[in-house]
Design a protein around this ligand. Structure first.
Ligand SMILES: [Zn+2]
Length: 293
C-alpha cells in the first residue's frame, strides 16, 4: 500500500477564478494545472490532478454542482495528466487517438504506476478513454464548443484544446512559463506543435492560456513564451545539424547541443531531472539517426 507521501499533507488549494465559469486548480508539484469549466448544468474538466487528496477535493466540488453532463479532456498520456481519470467514473473521458492507444496498450498505466512509486501516492491505475477525437476537430461536449489541436513532441501523443466560448486554450506540456520544452518525442514534432499553438494564438481570441505547468498566461505572454521555446528548439536543430554535417564526433555533437541556452530557468522540481542535458542527448541521437549515410 502506498501512502504517507509528504505531498498528501499539503493543504488543498482553492481554484483561482479565470472568469465566467472557469477555475484553475494547481498542485504544488510542478505547478500542475487542472481546469474546471461550468456552463449551465454542464461540467468540463481538463487533466484533473494531482494527489489523490487534491483530486478527491476537486471531485467533491464537481459533485456539489450536480452537473447534468460531465466531460473530461486529457491532453496526453503522462501520469500527472491522466491520474485523475479513475476518480471520475461517470465522466466521459475525451482524448486524442494516440493518447487512447497509450491507455489501451497499458503504457499510460505503467507510467502512472511508476509515478505512484516515485511519489508514494495511491492512485488507482484503471485508466480509460471514452470517445477518441481527431486533431483539428471541433466538438460539442455538453454545452461546450471545443476544438482540438495536434500537440505531440513533448511525448509521442498529445492534443491541446481550445474552449471557444470561454476563450481558454489548454496547452498540455507546452508554453510553460516555469519550465521549457522537454523532449520525450521527436524534436520536429515539438517544433510543429509550437508553431501550431503560436498560429492559433495569432488568430483566435484567447483570454487565457493554461499550460500543463505554471501560471495561466495572457495570449500575448503565452506567445512570448512560445516564440522563445520555438527559438530554443530551432537552435537545437541547427547546431546539431551543422555539427553532424561538419563530421563532428558524437561527443562534439552532444556538446554543441548542450551549448544551446534554454529559454528560461525551470523550477527545481523540473531541473532535478536535467532537462537541458536530456534534450541535448535526445536531439543529438534523433538527428544522427535521421542523417543520410
Ligand atoms: Zn506534465
Amino acid at each position: 500500500v502506498l501512502h504517507g507521501s509528504a505531498l498528501e499533507s499539503q493543504s488543498v488549494r482553492a481554484g483561482s477564478d479565470l472568469g465566467p465559469g472557469v477555475w484553475l486548480f494547481q498542485s504544488p508539484l510542478w505547478q500542475t494545472n487542472c481546469l474546471l469549466a461550468v456552463l449551465g448544468s454542464d461540467a468540463l474538466l481538463c487533466d484533473p490532478s494531482l494527489t489523490p487528496q487534491e483530486i478527491v477535493a476537486l471531485r467533491t466540488q464537481v459533485e456539489s454542482l450536480r452537473p447534468s453532463s460531465e466531460h473530461m479532456l486529457i491532453t496526453h498520456s503522462d501520469y500527472d495528466h491522466t491520474c485523475g481519470i479513475p476518480f471520475f467514473p461517470t465522466a466521459t473521458v475525451v482524448a486524442g487517438e494516440a493518447t487512447a492507444a497509450a491507455v489501451a496498450d497499458g503504457s499510460a498505466a505503467r507510467k502512472l504506476e511508476a509515478g505512484a512509486r516515485e511519489w508514494q501516492l495511491a492512485w488507482p491505475w484503471s485508466l480509460r478513454v471514452d470517445p477518441t477525437v481527431a486533431a483539428g476537430a471541433t466538438l460539442t461536449l455538453g454545452g461546450f464548443l471545443v476544438s482540438t489541436i495536434e500537440a505531440p513532441g513533448h511525448v509521442d501523443d498529445g492534443l491541446a484544446y481550445l474552449l471557444h466560448e470561454q476563450g481558454v486554450l489548454v496547452a498540455g506540456d507546452y508554453l510553460s512559463p516555469i519550465s521549457y520544452p522537454w523532449l520525450f518525442g521527436p524534436l520536429h514534432e515539438a517544433i510543429g506543435t509550437c508553431e501550431r499553438l503560436l498560429d492559433l494564438l495569432a488568430r483566435a481570441p484567447v483570454r487565457w492560456v493554461v499550460p500543463g505547468h505554471g501560471q495561466a498566461l495572457s495570449s500575448s505572454d503565452a506567445q512570448r513564451v512560445g516564440e522563445q521555446d520555438l527559438a530554443y528548439l530551432r537552435q537545437l536543430e541547427s547546431r546539431v545539424s551543422d555539427a553532424l554535417s561538419a563530421g563532428a564526433s558524437p561527443g562534439e555533437v552532444l556538446l554543441r547541443a548542450y551549448s544551446v541556452e534554454p529559454p528560461r530557468p525551470a523550477t527545481p522540481d523540473f531541473e532535478a531531472y536535467g532537462l537541458r542535458s536530456w534534450n541535448a542527448q535526445r536531439v543529438a541521437e534523433q538527428l544522427r539517426e535521421a542523417a543520410p549515410g
